[in-house]
Structure formats: C-alpha cells, structure tokens
Design a protein around this ligand. Structure first.
Ligand SMILES: [Zn+2]
Length: 91
C-alpha cells in the first residue's frame, strides 16, 4: 500500500511523491496593458503601461525548488547592487 500523493514537478516535469516536494509560489506574467488617454483638444496625452502579475502555486521537487529560490535571491542581490551604485553616483 502506497498512499503518498504524487505530483509532477513544474520545473523538470518528473513525478515525485509529495513528501519530496515543496509548494512554491511563482509569479507569472498575466499580460500587459497599454493605454493612451487623450485629454481635451488632443493635449495632455498620457501613456500608461503596466504589467500584471499573478501568483500561482506549483509543486516542485526539492532540487528544483532550491534552484528556483537561488534564482530569486540572485535577482534581489542584483537589484540591491544596482541600487547601491545609483546611490554612490548620486553622491
Ligand atoms: Zn524538479
């Protein structure tokens, strides 16, 4: 008898028992909207664009989850580095 639920890893697409998996929240791009709003007399034209992201929960095996987390923290590190350079340049 084996009652352990299994899921497909969202990253490597292999099937693992859920005891060897983690549920990861991933941000996915849900689309981009571009809008041009025009004021009276054609003046004050405003462009607005924004991207929509939504959070999705997926199952990942432990090794893919670790890789995914590594990717996220390196993105934060890169952002912090850029921020520090901008601050130094401003002074
Ligand atoms: Zn995997």
């Amino acid at each position: 008898m084996n009652n352990i639920a299994k899921s497909t890893c969202a990253e490597c697409h292999h099937i693992f028992p859920r005891t060897e998996m983690q549920q990861i929240t991933v941000k996915e791009n849900a689309g981009t909207s571009f809008g041009v709003s025009q004021g009276r007399n054609g003046k004050n034209r405003r462009y607005s664009g924004r991207t929509y992201t939504r959070n999705r929960k997926v199952w990942m095996c432990n090794s893919c989850a670790a890789k995914h987390k590594g990717k996220e923290s390196s993105a934060i590190f890169f952002f912090a580095a850029v921020l520090i350079i901008v601050i130094i340049m401003a002074i």
